[in-house]
Design a protein around this ligand. Sequence first.
Ligand SMILES: Cc1cc2nc3c(=O)[nH]c(=O)nc-3n(C[C@H](O)[C@H](O)[C@H](O)COP(=O)(O)OP(=O)(O)OC[C@H]3O[C@@H](n4cnc5c(N)ncnc54)[C@H](O)[C@@H]3O)c2cc1C
Length: 550
Amino acid sequence: MSTAIGRRRYLTNFEHHRLPHLFTDVLVIGSGVAGLQAALQAADHADVLLVTKDRLDASASSWAQGGIAAATGPGDSADRHARDTLEVACGLGHEAIIRGVTSEAPSIIAQLVASGARFDAQGATFEAGQEGGHSAPRIIHAADATGREVVRVLIDQARQHPRIRLFEKCFTIDLLSNNGQVVGAVTYSPKYGHQMFWATTTILATGGCGRVYRETTNPPVATGDGLAMALRAGAILRDMEMVQFHPTTLYVAGAARELISEAVRGDGAYLVDRAGRRFMHDHDPRGELAPRDVVSRAIAAEMKLQHEPCVYLDVRHFAPGHFAERFPNLDRLCRQFDIHPERDLIPVRPSMHYLVGGVVVDESGQTNVPGLLACGEVTSTGLHGANRLASNSLLEGLIFGARCGRLAARRAAGAERLSRPLPIGHVLPHSPRTELDLGDVLNSLISLMSRNVAVERSGDRLRETLEIISFWSRYVMDKVFDEPREWETQNMLTVALLIATSAATRTESRGVHFRTDFPATDPAWQRHIDLCRMDDTIQVSTTPLPEAGS
Ligand SMILES: Cc1cc2nc3c(=O)[nH]c(=O)nc-3n(C[C@H](O)[C@H](O)[C@H](O)COP(=O)(O)OP(=O)(O)OC[C@H]3O[C@@H](n4cnc5c(N)ncnc54)[C@H](O)[C@@H]3O)c2cc1C
């Protein structure tokens, strides 16, 4: 497929002899749990620079509510956790990766506790919550602000570490390549303008891309920059059609699409229609605790059937005070909009929540591009397959962040750090075409994605989406812009194209990907869809799963 997107290697013009340079062993891009954990592990043996495009705590990680999955309770085991994860992954999970992660989960929790994280517990026993798709209560949480607590601990440690330097409000525009190897990144900050960071190893931890959709739970930083810059640098991206929608986000005009945690259903909330009728058991015997894709599709079906813009969460049967005590932030949020959960129904609908696909990495976080590691939501590790089990993503970010950090530190020990800039530059002539209202392009893009590439997809809608994105790309991608918002828009167009391309390619329904024109799962499609940029085009191919156990 030839596109204007495939032709771009760098989004910005830069000349190495005109810019300031910084040199380090390890460059980490992103300050969510994955990036912070990678920085901390690497810094035990190497010098680390961490750049992040907003404040340190502006991340999906900080917004995570429900918790971290880990089999710590009596009667539970890593093996059960692995089996639940494999089942939800719908045939695309990598068993060896899943078993490795679920076995490591309890020790990650122990490390966080040792570092000062405070999780809800009775004495030495965690108050583990239950979430959809888990066969045991194993969600370790800190009230309904687990991410904030974990990020607090990691940021404290990073700030105090003598070998970590932190750069906030530093937007990474592109990864730098030299002879096919990533050697750092070119960044922009309002204070210093363009800068070049040179590193023996670069770790991409830029999170997801929820902002490509109009309805999303993700924070403003989630614009898919890392996915797009990895593509431009030659990385393979996998299963980009696998986009998880959270079934229950607050649906109030004027409010952000705040997530109403799955833990609320775990605690016994009902999903009801406007008349108060529980409908989940009409769709799945697991009722409200069915996996997210099932619940999202059931809600979408009910909304369509009843011509309603939302359904409702009902917690009115909870013991008096329980909701406010267990979910204090959600209770506050509802009350801001004059919704009193003990008395009122809470209006909800599905929103884009999590990118299951991403940059392909091996068990250590190595991508196919030398010099580039990646961890967290930006990656496809094989843990989630075609669907993510709730509360497995903080876990994945923490575990793979640590693995990346350790690998980068080992490499730093065996390599000589660059001390002079390489002669890399990029100059694209100015496009003669007309000025653009990029805000309008962005609004149109997020509407298009929400309309055509959301919970349900079909071949004709996907073809229409690809035609429109390709058309917009022709006059957006040929330009050189100067501001983060503009580079973000180019990145979002890129990511949208990848999602729609993969969704059009997968002519079956599996996990979070549902095709109305191919509603069944096709065993022949138990394969990954890989995308990469080659010869100025986006190439699509399929890859079989690794042998079980490998
Ligand atoms: C509302 C909400 C609730 C959630 N609840 C849970 C939960 O309970 N349990 C669970 O397991 N998961 C949960 N998730 C998912 C989970 O939070 C994320 O998958 C995970 O935190 C991703 O971590 P990360 O480190 O990969 O990315 P993030 O935490 O998103 O961090 C990405 C970082 O990269 C930076 N960045 C991005 N682009 C650039 C750029 N161009 N230049 C420089 N920096 C850049 C960002 O500023 C940010 O610091 C939730 C997600 C949301 C949105």
